[in-house]
Design a protein around this ligand. Structure first.
Ligand code: PLP
Length: 403
């Protein structure tokens, strides 16, 4: 067993020729992705985030090509999470308006213009968060005009709490880990008549996290367009509850069918719930404090919806120690010859962390089917979401790195 990383082939991976199929379409589907794209791309400030080619890094790692989807600029929130939580908030509020007025044709544009402000103001949305999802829900609540209460666990940094509060949300601490905060948010919402806008699903709670995941599909649509619909050979998707990974996996499967890329899920060593679940062939809960510098990935339970896609859709899983995540952040900040510097938080750099592990351990490179012909897509899911931590890790601010 390697000391600092391990990789696993998914024994239940669907063959490349297997169609996405009607059963999976009951979870994530093209109509849902299209609806989310139409809405989100109509919001003020929408712009596709860059897909950056890192040829120097690819050469250094013995790969043909690396493309990095840089989510730092997403709606000013510094992570892809802006797409999911806020989209689900809009849908919650549209349903509230529909219930009160009978109008089912509301678009988020009408909420933005304040058309139903009186109805919307009475709603409260809530969730548990490691930071980024809560920021998205708080932003969505402010954008569309409802109240917001966000629950954070003990390990969420002050910088991340402040970033949520800046959007006018109440931020409350829960003792324990992320999963404790999820349970607490659900109980408090039930007692107060609030709506939980969670990025994770569980039995009986699926519709809202499904909206969140369809929102994440915007990333995949942009990537396909930016790469002229030419699929990479590999995708490395970091997983907390697995919603991002599943959304990207499903979207590429629907789009590219048998040409879809080899799909690898990346997690921290001590919060490897998708890895353990793929190994066991059923969802496995990982306990403990799940502590990792990859704050967005500190989750011990895979989302039910995510599992329905990843169980067959993931080809492999990788678990990496924090040291690789930190090396990835620094590598992106001080890039190989010819590449532009990139500002990534520790969670955002997780895909590169897996490639660094594959550089060090030939068995991991083999398990991930990486070779000199590989064209790898990395999901740069966040920028410097906590600027103080970023500066500590890199020794410079984001602005200095990019200067
Ligand atoms: C920046 C970032 N990347 C990736 C993830 C993982 O997403 P998911 O929990 O959907 O697996 C998160 C989750 O919070 C995140 O904040």
């Amino acid at each position: 067993m390697n000391e600092r990383a391990r990789a696993l082939r998914n024994p239940a991976a669907a063959p490349a020729t297997e169609a996405y199929g009607a059963v999976r379409s009951q979870t994530l589907n093209q109509a849902g992705f299209d609806a989310a794209y139409a809405e989100i791309s109509s919001w003020p400030g929408y712009a596709a985030t860059p897909l950056v080619r890192l040829d120097g890094l690819a050469r250094a790692l013995g790969l043909a090509r690396i493309d990095y989807k840089d989510e730092r600029g997403r709606f000013g929130l510094k992570s892809f999470k802006a797409l999911g939580g806020a989209y689900a908030v809009a849908n919650v509020l549209k349903q509230r308006v529909a219930a009160a007025t009978g109008r089912k044709d509301i678009a988020s544009k009408q909420l933005l213009s304040g058309g139903f402000a009186d109805l919307v103001r009475g709603a409260t949305v809530t969730c548990a968060t490691d930071g980024n999802h809560g920021r998205s829900v708080a932003w969505g609540a402010q954008l569309f005009g409802c109240r917001c209460e966000i629950f954070v666990h003990e390990h969420v940094s002050q910088g991340r709490r402040d970033a949520i509060a800046r959007y006018g949300a109440q931020v409350r601490e829960v003792k324990g880990n992320y999963d404790d905060a999820v349970r607490h948010a659900a109980a408090t919402a039930a007692a107060n008549g609030w709506t939980v806008v969670s990025d994770t699903s569980y039995p009986g709670y699926r519709d809202i996290p499904l909206d969140v995941m369809h929102g994440y599909g915007v990333l995949a649509q942009e990537i396909a367009r930016q790469s002229n619909d030419e699929p990479p050979t590999h995708v490395f998707a970091q997983a907390g509850v697995g919603a991002l990974a599943a959304a990207i996996c499903a979207s590429f499967w629907l789009r590219w069918g048998p040409k879809r890329p080899f799909f690898a899920v990346v997690e921290p060593t001590h919060a490897d719930c998708v890895y353990r679940s793929l190994e066991a062939g059923r969802p496995v809960v990982v306990g403990g404090d799940l502590d990792t510098v990859m704050a967005g990935l500190a989750c011990g339970e895979v989302s039910e919806l995510a599992w329905e896609i990843l169980h067959g859709g993931a080809n492999a899983a990788v678990a990496v120690d924090d040291a690789y995540a930190l090396e990835a952040v620094r590598t992106l900040a001080r890039p190989a010859a010819g590449d532009a510097p990139i500002v990534a938080g520790e969670t955002g750099g997780a895909g590169l962390a897996a490639l660094l592990a594959a550089r060090d351990y030939p068995d991991i490179r083999r398990t991930l089917a990486l070779d000199a012909k590989s064209r790898v897509l990395l999901l740069g899911s966040e920028g410097d979401t906590d600027p103080a931590i970023y500066r500590e890790v890199v020794g410079r601010t984001a602005e200095e790195v990019l200067a």
